[in-house]
Design a protein around this ligand. Structure first.
Ligand SMILES: [Zn+2]
Length: 182
């Protein structure tokens, strides 16, 4: 829990004449970081949309999935997100979407987050989700990674290479690893 990052009701943002700004400096309960999570989050009510901007930086300690060594990595984002203020996703009929005059551009419904007008915007939750999005599913310490310590024989390494090249239906989450050993 980061001090000062209190959620704010959407209704309060609606009647407020200026954007709400949170200064961020602290640690999240659900995302361990080496340094405090620092930056700024701004939320502004804009008609049917909630405009949220964030500029967040921290450093996390990760364990490499190849060599198992731990390493530090910068984690952060500069992001502006428009969240649609409405109770439910609209009917997928595109005619319905054009009737929302405040919607300046059309995005596929699945790509737009919605927030219930009777609910609160939680800046801490928003930061957590956006930092999580930037964590790689596979952690690699870098281009100088010594490789798997328990598979150090040349033959074993060849097998790994062969498998990754011949498998066409490989899990896309492994693509970073595939690039590294290609
Ligand atoms: Zn490594």
């Amino acid at each position: 829990m980061i001090a000062g990052l209190d959620p704010i009701p959407i209704q309060e943002l609606r009647i407020s004449s200026c954007p709400k700004v949170w200064l961020v400096d602290g640690y999240l309960d659900d995302l361990q970081s080496l340094t405090p999570i620092r930056g700024e989050v701004t939320a502004e009510h804009q008609g049917d949309m909630l405009s949220v901007k964030g500029d967040i930086e921290t450093v996390v300690n990760l364990s490499c999935d190849r060599c198992l060594n731990s390493f530090n990595q910068q984690l952060g984002f500069t992001e502006q997100e428009l969240i649609w203020i409405r109770e439910t996703y609209p009917n997928p009929n595109p005619k319905g979407i054009t009737s929302f005059k405040e919607l300046r551009f059309t995005l596929p419904d699945s790509m737009v987050e919605i927030i219930d007008p009777s609910k609160e915007f939680d800046p801490e939750r928003w930061i957590f989700e956006h930092l999580n999005l930037r964590l790689e599913p596979i952690n690699l310490c870098g281009s100088n990674c010594p490789g798997p310590t328990n598979l150090s024989s040349p033959k074993a390494n060849q097998n790994i290479k062969h498998t990754s090249h011949s498998s066409e239906n490989f899990d896309p989450r492994w693509s970073t690893l595939k690039k590294l050993i290609a």
